[in-house]
Ligand binder design. Structure first.
Ligand SMILES: C[S@@+](CC[C@H](N)C(=O)[O-])C[C@H]1O[C@@H](n2cnc3c(N)ncnc32)[C@H](O)[C@@H]1O
Length: 249
């Protein structure tokens, strides 16, 4: 099974690190506030953070009162940053691919993932693994790139621009063609997986989850007006999709 580890590519890591630690970025301004607003009370809970990256969220979950937080990630560079900058007493970082989570002996009350499921070739299998890792009454809260964003094949520009450099439309093609997207994004050969909205829903239900909330990212007019180059596209389509799920039965 394919498991690209692009965050250990020097150029890709540096670009991501720079964006993720800058003041105005998609994670902090769009994704994180929505994800955190969907979390249950973490006090006293055992939490798993899948694709924890540089550990910003992982440490925050500990600060929110989690009894333990295990952050797993495939990237050595991301984890090295996490250990250096986002360590805390309740936090453990472990290098592990999400495809290998069946090997985990721990069980969790809350399983969280922020923008890592884009990289799962076998989304159904991933959800089955997650389902096994949850204790009774567990919660799964995750974000991923929105299907309207992952449809992009790299063969056309994402937006149609006016002469005055305003984004007029979000372009869309090949939405119904699911599977691998191999595109030039920061580096050549960046890989992620596209799934239609219905496939996400059906995979969750079939794996034994109850969908309690689904959200799509939006951005305020104020922020769009202040940072048109960065956030202008948020008018036309959501960048991220979010689910909060419980365990069925
Ligand atoms: C967009 S980053 C998000 C990181 C972090 N959750 C955050 O909010 O900043 C995606 C992360 O998923 C990790 N990742 C990609 N494929 C993975 C895999 N197969 N198993 C585990 N982690 C993976 C990457 O190494 C990267 O750290």
């Amino acid at each position: 099974m394919a498991r690209q580890n692009i965050y250990d590519n020097e150029a890709f890591f540096e670009d991501f690190r720079e964006k993720r630690t800058s003041e105005i970025n998609f994670n902090d301004c769009i994704e994180t506030p929505i994800l955190f607003s969907m979390l249950p009370d973490l006090r006293g809970k055992d939490v798993l953070d899948i694709g924890c990256g540089m550990g910003q969220h992982t440490r925050k979950f500990a600060e929110m009162g989690a009894a333990s937080v295990l952050g797993i990630d495939i990237s050595e560079k991301m984890l090295a940053w996490a250990v250096e900058h986002n360590s805390a007493e309740a936090v453990t970082y472990r290098r592990m691919a999400m495809e290998d989570m069946d090997a985990l002996e721990e069980r969790f009350d809350v399983i969280i993932s922020s923008l890592a499921f884009d990289y799962a070739e076998d989304f159904e299998g991933l959800l089955r693994s997650i389902h096994r890792l949850g204790r009774e009454k567990a919660a799964l809260v995750f974000s991923m790139s929105h299907p309207l964003a992952t449809a992009w094949t790299g063969q056309y520009t994402r937006y149609t621009w006016s002469d005055a450099r305003e984004r007029l439309y979000a372009n869309l093609s090949h939405y119904t063609v699911e599977g691998l997207r191999k595109v030039s994004w920061v580096v050549d050969g960046y890989e992620c997986y596209h799934r239609m909205f219905s496939s996400l829903i059906n995979a969750l239900v079939q794996a034994g989850f109850v969908i309690e909330e689904c959200r799509e990212s939006t951005m305020s007019d104020e922020m769009r007006a202040k940072y048109p180059e960065t956030f202008g596209g948020t008018l036309h389509r959501p960048d991220f999709i979010f689910f909060r799920c419980g365990w069925a039965g």
